[in-house]
Unconditional design. Structure first.
Ligand code: NAP
Length: 278
């Protein structure tokens, strides 16, 4: 199959490398010519250009640009796609994209590979990054069933765990387990930096180890991506943040009131519940 990838960054270049290894012909489009050149040099694409016209005739196009460029990219693609071209995206939010994208492009299927690192750009691309990770498709009533199956087949070929959800279910679920953790983790780093005694701050920085590494990882990632999540998944993220703030207030109240039994009960329940997520 000929697969077009638009946006050869962490996600786009990683998908390109995996699908090319499986024998597909990869046609890459990115914003910068230097990125297109790297894609060819590293064997991530067979052909690559900054010009969308290179995508004319490909079977499937996967849009892996930043979230705010996904709908404009579909508009730009229209002169080069046929009635049979399947178009999907990798955006981390879905409600802000899927209905509008489907109106513009009848064979659009919303998608979200749930894998990544704190890095960005083509240099961060990794082989096998999606294996054994969830990959969600978010079809709506107007989505062409053949297009869904075509994207699902490509996703299965990466050994991903395939899930389906509506765009709004997807956005609320990822707010809880992805977008809320980014904001919580970012707030953790900022709160630590608020330590007013420079000696204590330096000591804390020297002592930081695996616990801080785990809890600060997502808050110290790609700022552009975090901002896009907040902007384009605003309602779901606000709902999850308010829920989180309520829990934090409960913990503050319990500690202020010396309610150690309550703290112990909460932490014991969390120990059990965590395994339901991981
Ligand atoms: P990224 O590493 O910053 O890559 C995006 C690439 O898109 C950039 O490297 C840039 O390439 C290119 N680009 C930017 N504007 C473009 C345009 N108008 N036309 C063509 N190419 C353009 O970002 P990413 O982490 O791969 O994220 C890409 C998408 O995947 C986003 O929608 C994000 O929500 C989603 N996603 C991210 C993750 C994650 O953990 N990072 C996980 C799942 C899904 P140049 O080098 O050419 O400038």
């Amino acid at each position: 199959m000929q697969i077009g990838i638009v946006g050869l960054g962490l996600i786009g270049a990683s998908l390109a490398g995996d699908w090319r290894s499986l024998g597909h012909e990869i046609v890459g489009v990115s914003r910068q010519q230097s990125t297109c050149n790297i894609a060819i040099e590293r064997g991530l694409a067979d052909r690559s250009s900054t010009d969308m016209a290179i995508l004319a005739g490909v079977d499937t196009i996967v849009i892996c640009t930043p979230i705010d460029k996904i709908l404009p990219t579909i508009e730009q693609l229209l002169p080069y796609i046929s009635a049979h071209t399947v178009v999907t995206d990798a955006g981390s939010v879905k409600a802000a994209i899927v209905a509008d994208a489907t109106k513009i492009c009848p064979n659009f299927v919303g998608g979200h590979p749930m894998a990544g690192t704190a890095q960005s750009g083509i240099e961060a691309a990794e082989r096998g990054m999606f294996a054994n990770k969830p990959y969600i498709l978010t079809p709506i009533a107007a989505t062409n069933p053949q297009a869904i199956e075509s994207v699902a087949e490509l996703v299965r070929s990466l050994d991903c765990q395939l899930y389906y959800a509506t765009p709004s279910q997807h956005d609320l679920a990822v707010a809880w387990i992805s977008h809320l953790p980014v904001m919580v983790s970012a707030s953790l780093i900022a709160a630590c930096m608020g330590e007013v005694d420079p000696e204590v701050l330096k000591l804390a920085q020297n002592l930081a180890s695996s616990g801080f590494k785990d809890t600060s990882r997502v808050g110290g990632g790609n700022p552009e991506l975090g901002t896009m999540m907040a902007r384009y998944n605003r309602d779901a993220l606000l709902k999850s943040l308010v829920g989180y703030r309520d829990r934090l207030d409960g913990i503050i109240d319990a500690i202020e009131s010396h309610h150690w039994e309550e703290i112990s009960t909460t932490l014991s329940q969390n120990q059990i519940d965590r395994s339901e997520f991981l």
